[in-house]
Design a protein around this ligand. Structure first.
Ligand code: NAD
Length: 267
C-alpha cells in the first residue's frame, strides 16, 4: 500500500525534541523526506535524524532561529537545494518564558511572541510562496501545500502567569484561520493542532514528580498525559489527503482537557 506522504517534503521546526521530534518521525514513517530544524542542540537533532534513517526514512538537519527572517529564508533555500521543493510545513517551534504579568519584562514578552507567533508567520510566508509557485502535483497530493501550526489548548483557555504564551497561541489561531481563508482557493490547506498536556521538556515540572502528575491529571478527563506520538498521528492525518476537505480548524489533541474537567464531579 502507498504510504500517505510518499514523495513529499516536510519542514518541521523545533524538531530536535518533544512534539517536533515525534512529528518528524511520524511524517518520515509515512514516506515524507523531513527537514529537522533546530536552533540550539545539534546533538539532539542528530539523534532524531539517526532514528529516522535507521527506520528507513529520509531526513536532513538545518539550523535556523525561526524568529530571524534571514535564518528562515536560508532554511527554505537550503531545503530547495536538497529536496527541490516543500509540500508540508509543521510550524512547531515554541517556548515559554513564564512570569507574573506585572513583573513580565518586555524581553520575556518579545521573545515568546517572536518565536511562537512571528516565527510561524515567517515560515508560513515562505512555504506559501513555494506552494503558489509550484501548484498541485497530483501524484503527490490533492493540495498545493499543507501548513500545520502547533497551537495549544491555550488558544482558548486563559493562562494566568503565562500571558505572553497564551497571547502567542491566540495569535496563532487567527493567523492560521486568516491564511487558510486567503489561500483555500489556491488549494493550500492551513490547520492547527492544539495539544493539551504532552510529556516533553517544555512542561517537565508538570509531570516530573508523582505529586505534580496527580495534580495535572485533575485537568485531563482521560487521566493520562499525552505523548509526542499522539500529536504525530494527528499531524500525519492533517498533512495527508485523508483530511483534504479540512481547512482552517484547530484539532485539539488533549485527552478532553477542553471539557471543563472541574465539572466532572458535578461542579
Ligand atoms: P520542546 O521544548 O521539547 O520543543 C520546542 C522546540 O522548539 C525545541 O526543540 C526548541 O529548541 C525549539 N525552538 C525554540 N526556540 C526556537 C527558535 N527560535 N527557532 C527554532 N526552534 C526553536 O517542547 P514541546 O512541548 O515539544 O513544544 C513544541 C510545540 O508544542 C510548542 O509550540 C509548544 O508551545 C506546543 N505545545 C506543547 C504542549 C505540551 O504540553 N508539551 C502543549 C501545547 C502546545
Amino acid at each position: 500500500m502507498k504510504r500517505k506522504l510518499e514523495g513529499q517534503v516536510a519542514i518541521v521546526t523545533g524538531a530536535s525534541s518533544g512534539i517536533g521530534a515525534g512529528v518528524a518521525k511520524a511524517l518520515a514513517g509515512e514516506g515524507a523526506s523531513v527537514v529537522i530544524n533546530y536552533s540550539s542542540s545539534a546533538e539532539k537533532a542528530e539523534k532524531v535524524k539517526e532514528e529516522i534513517q535507521s527506520a528507513g526514512g529520509t531526513a536532513t538537519i538545518i539550523k535556523a532561529d525561526v524568529s530571524k527572517e534571514e535564518d528562515v529564508l536560508a532554511m527554505f533555500q537550503e531545503t530547495f537545494k536538497q529536496f527541490g521543493t516543500i509540500d508540508i510545513l509543521i510550524n512547531n517551534a515554541g517556548l515559554q518564558k513564564d512570569n507574573k504579568f506585572h513583573e513580565m519584562s518586555l524581553e520575556e514578552w518579545n521573545r515568546v511572541i517572536g518565536i511562537n507567533l512571528t516565527g510561524q508567520f515567517l515560515c508560513a510566508r515562505e512555504a506559501i510562496k513555494e506552494f503558489l509557485r509550484r501548484g498541485v502535483v497530483p501524484e503527490r497530493s490533492r493540495a498545493a501545500g499543507k501548513i500545520i501550526c502547533m497551537s495549544s489548548v491555550h488558544e482558548v483557555i486563559p493562562w494566568a502567569g503565562h500571558a505572553n504564551y497564551a497571547a502567542s497561541k491566540g495569535g496563532v489561531m487567527m493567523l492560521m484561520k486568516s491564511i487558510a481563508q486567503e489561500y483555500a482557493p489556491m488549494k493550500i490547506r492551513v490547520n492547527s493542532i492544539g495539544p493539551g498536556a504532552i510529556r516533553t521538556p517544555i512542561n517537565h515540572a508538570a509531570w516530573q514528580t508523582p505529586q505534580a502528575y496527580k495534580q495535572l491529571l485533575k485537568l485531563i478527563p482521560q487521566k493520562r498525559i499525552g505523548e509526542a506520538e499522539d500529536i504525530g498521528s494527528a499531524a500525519v492525518w492533517l498533512a495527508s489527503d485523508d483530511s483534504d476537505y479540512v481547512n482552517g480548524i484547530t484539532l485539539f489533541v488533549d485527552g478532553g482537557m477542553l471539557l471543563y474537567p472541574g465539572f466532572e464531579d458535578n461542579g
